[in-house]
Structure formats: structure tokens, C-alpha cells
Ligand binder design. Structure first.
Ligand SMILES: Nc1ncnc2c1ncn2[C@@H]1O[C@H](COP(=O)(O)OP(=O)(O)OP(=O)(O)O)[C@@H](O)[C@H]1O
Length: 244
């Protein structure tokens, strides 16, 4: 797949308008995003009370769930027009994702976990090996996130603490410099110093790759470190149907 943006420096990376999504169930929850634009290289902190749809918003943005209406363009590609398989490939190539459930392969080594996206994304793999073997890049990222690589590299992910798993998930998101880093409360298991070091690394890697960052957190005070703070209710309407 070719890089989809002819001018990635200046183009908006995400454009959403009139997007509607509804979780099914006894008390369906729906989210409508009137308009959201994420300019190239911008770092956005997304805030909002618990259960109001922040993770759902990120899942829409990443094409993990599909809207029933509206336009959702990422890097000039309309995600709603892609088949599931093409959308999965697009996501692997262009998104670095850190979700609350880290989705690590429990029996894979830490290095296997970090390098996993490269198996599905050719351009990303090519970028990861620009300066040497992918394994060295994985180790560099893990080390800068404060993990003892010499000690842990070949351990399986299941042996790690939650905070360590969170950092492995972050290294996996950053490897190969994807254009969009999407993070759902990535620092919740870290102490304050590690939180700030984590953000420094995230931003340094994003800047080097020319990437955008959109991150959900409940910690409003982190807002000062971002270019823009967005409250979900400024861009979206959440509704919960009452059981009949
Ligand atoms: N997989 C799912 N299936 C059905 N409903 C879901 C699913 N995930 C979320 N929901 C519904 O969507 C609502 C919003 O959830 P979401 O996780 O997006 O909120 P949030 O703002 O990220 O919450 P938190 O801050 O607690 O993580 C939930 O209250 C739930 O009812």
C-alpha cells in the first residue's frame, strides 16, 4: 500500500463529520460526532467523565468499529469505504495504538510483542529497520521507556507487571514511526515521574516520525504538555436509550 497522503506535513490527518455509532444491547449507547479535525503533528489530550464514550471515539478513529453514518477520513482515506481486511492493514501501517487492555501476546517474548506490527505493515517495517535490525529498534524503545531490556527482553509478556506491560504496549505502538499514535490512558499504571518520562518519549518519537498524538486521560493537569485539550462533549453527543 502506498503512503496515502501526498503532503503529510500540511494535510489534516483526521477528518470526521456527522459520524454516528451505536453499541447494541439492552440499553444502547450511541455517539454522534458532528465535527472533528486533527491537523498534522498535533498532540491532543481527550478528556471526559468515565463511560461517556472516549474509548468508543478512539475505536471509531482507528477503524476498529465502523460508524453507521458520516464521513471518517484518515490520511486522505475514507475508512468507511474499506473492507475489513484492508482497514485492518491500513491500521497496522498507519496507527500506533495503546489501549487499556494491552492485547499483548501472553506467551510471546517482550521483543516479539514489540515487533509484532511490523509483520503486518511493510512500510512500517521498512522504517523500523532504517538504522539497523528491528530488534535493536525494539530494544531502544523499551530502554527509553525505562524497561531493563537486558533482564526482560526474552521474558514472556505474561510475566510482567501491569506498568511494564503498559510500556511494552507503548514500544509496540511507536515502532516503525506510524503517523498516528492513539493512546487510551497509557500512563494510568505509572508513577508520576514515569508518567512524565513516558510523555516525553511519546512526544519525541511522534515528532521524529511527524506523527499526531491523541491520548485519553483522566489527568487534566497533563493538558499543559499537549497542543490542544478537547473535552469529548465539545465534539460529540452521547446518548443512552432507556430500556423499554
Ligand atoms: N464492547 C461494547 N459493547 C457494548 N457496549 C459498549 C462496549 N464498549 C462500550 N460500550 C458502551 O459505551 C459506553 C461508553 O464506553 P467507553 O468505554 O467508550 O467510555 P469511556 O469514556 O472511555 O469510559 P472510561 O473513562 O471509563 O474508560 C459504555 O457505558 C458502554 O455502555
Amino acid at each position: 500500500m502506498q503512503r496515502p497522503t501526498p503532503d503529510p506535513v500540511n494535510a489534516d490527518v483526521v477528518r470526521m463529520s456527522g459520524v454516528h455509532f451505536r453499541w447494541p444491547g439492552a440499553r444502547p449507547f450511541s455517539l454522534t460526532i458532528d465535527s472533528f479535525v486533527l491537523p498534522a503533528r498535533q498532540r491532543v489530550l481527550l478528556l471526559g467523565p468515565s463511560g461517556t464514550g472516549k474509548s468508543t471515539f478512539l475505536s471509531l478513529l482507528c477503524g476498529i468499529v465502523a460508524p453507521s453514518a458520516g464521513e471518517l477520513e484518515v490520511l486522505g482515506t475514507d475508512l468507511t469505504k474499506l473492507s475489513n481486511a484492508v482497514r485492518d492493514h491500513f491500521r497496522a501501517e498507519h496507527f500506533g495504538i495503546i489501549f487499556q487492555m494491552f492485547n499483548l501476546l501472553p506467551y510471546g517474548s517482550i521483543l516479539d510483542n514489540v515487533m509484532l506490527p511490523l509483520s503486518f505493515a511493510r512500510q512500517r517495517a521498512a522504517r523500523a529497520v532504517r538504522k539497523g535490525p528491528a530488534e535493536d529498534e525494539a530494544k531502544r524503545l523499551l530502554k527509553s521507556l525505562g524497561l531493563d531490556v537486558a533482564e526482560l527482553a526474552h521474558h514472556s509478556a505474561a510475566d510482567l507487571s501491569v506498568g511494564q506491560q503498559q510500556r511494552v504496549a507503548a514500544a509496540r505502538a511507536l515502532i516503525g514511526g506510524p503517523e498516528l499514535i492513539v493512546a487510551d490512558e497509557p500512563t494510568s499504571a505509572l508513577d508520576r515521574d514515569r508518567q512524565l518520562a513516558f510523555l516525553d518519549l511519546l512526544f519525541a518519537e511522534a515528532e521524529a516520525a511527524g506523527a499526531c498524538v491523541i491520548m485519553v486521560s483522566h489527568e487534566e493537569q497533563l493538558g499543559a504538555r499537549f497542543d490542544r485539550v478537547v473535552r469529548l462533549d465539545e465534539i460529540a453527543r452521547a446518548e443512552r436509550s432507556v430500556a423499554a
